[in-house]
Ligand binder design. Structure first.
Ligand code: ADP
Ligand code: MG
Length: 258
């Protein structure tokens, strides 16, 4: 197996007295979609927040080892300062609620420019249009000038995904991204996540959408009692069995459908 992009061991997150994550070991590998299944309240969002350095107070995070490997070398993520260089740039997050990634009174194009600048992109009009087109908008110029509050739910979701993906992060984290989506939008999201992995990122998908997981997972683990266990998509179905890779190809939607 190739060297992991991100390695964490002994990751523990505690709110007050209660450990939500209790010694998680995780190696994220480029090109793979790692699926983590877990019941509501099992700590999935907490895990992703820890992996992007955003556990809110009063959460306490500790890890024996927390290493990101970039083209520029290894970054030790066990210090809070290290995250400033990394967040959004090497590690991206698709939040469950797209509104979390968007600012109502900012224009879509301005958010895209900001995301592109993180990686030294040109952030010019052509690049903004390219990012929006890749996010599934057929009329990127019209969308770029819209305020975020003017976007429909589906458009906001697409923009949120586009913003997380635009800087080409080495690690892309997705927090139950399919919850609010209809079937077509879910298929489009699945295709995007697979493409991001094929382009060389390590993708982490936390979900309880077993159908989405089954179509995408290179490996599955379950989060339970604060620990990761070898995954089972259903009782008695061991890891990898029953995981069928489906090729999803969906034409971009018209901008007004979402
Ligand atoms: P999931 O995403 O799997 O539903 P979460 O990570 O959101 O689970 O929550 C895991 C546990 O951590 C829950 O018991 C929740 O109440 C607790 N928790 C999450 N965020 C906070 C917080 N900011 N302060 C205190 N407890 C929290
Ligand atoms: Mg959650």
């Amino acid at each position: 197996m190739s060297t992991p992009v991100l390695s964490v061991s002994g990751l523990t997150v505690t709110y007050g007295q209660l450990p939500v994550l209790d010694g998680i070991d995780l190696d994220l590998v480029a090109g793979r979609v790692h699926v983590i299944l877990g019941a509501s309240g099992s700590g999935k969002s907490t895990l992703l927040r820890a992996l992007i350095g955003m556990v809110p107070s009063p959460g306490q995070v500790s890890a024996r080892r927390f290493l990101l490997r970039t083209a520029g070398g290894e970054v030790d993520l066990s210090t809070p300062d290290a995250w400033r260089q990394v967040r959004g740039r090497h590690v991206g997050l698709i939040a469950q609620d797209p509104a979390q990634a968007l600012t109502p009174l900012r224009r879509a194009g301005s958010l895209v420019r900001e995301a592109d600048r993180l990686t030294g992109g040109t952030a010019d009009r052509g690049r903004v249009a390219e990012v929006l087109r890749a996010a599934g908008f057929t009329d990127p110029r019209a969308v770029a000038s819209r305020y975020c509050f003017e976007l429909s739910g589906g458009m906001a979701q697409r923009l949120g995904v586009g913003l997380a993906v635009a800087p080409r992060p080495a690690v892309l984290l997705a927090d139950e991204p399919s919850t609010a989506l209809d079937g077509l939008a879910r298929a489009r999201l699945a295709a995007t996540l697979r493409q991001v992995a094929n382009d060389g990122a390590a993708v982490v998908l936390v979900t309880h959408d077993v159908a989405l997981a089954a179509g995408l997972a290179d490996d599955v683990t379950t989060l339970d009692d604060g620990r990761l266990h070898d995954g089972r998509l259903a009782e008695g179905v061991p890891r990898h069995q029953g995981i069928r890779r489906i090729a999803v190809s969906v034409p971009p939607p018209a901008d007004r459908d979402g």
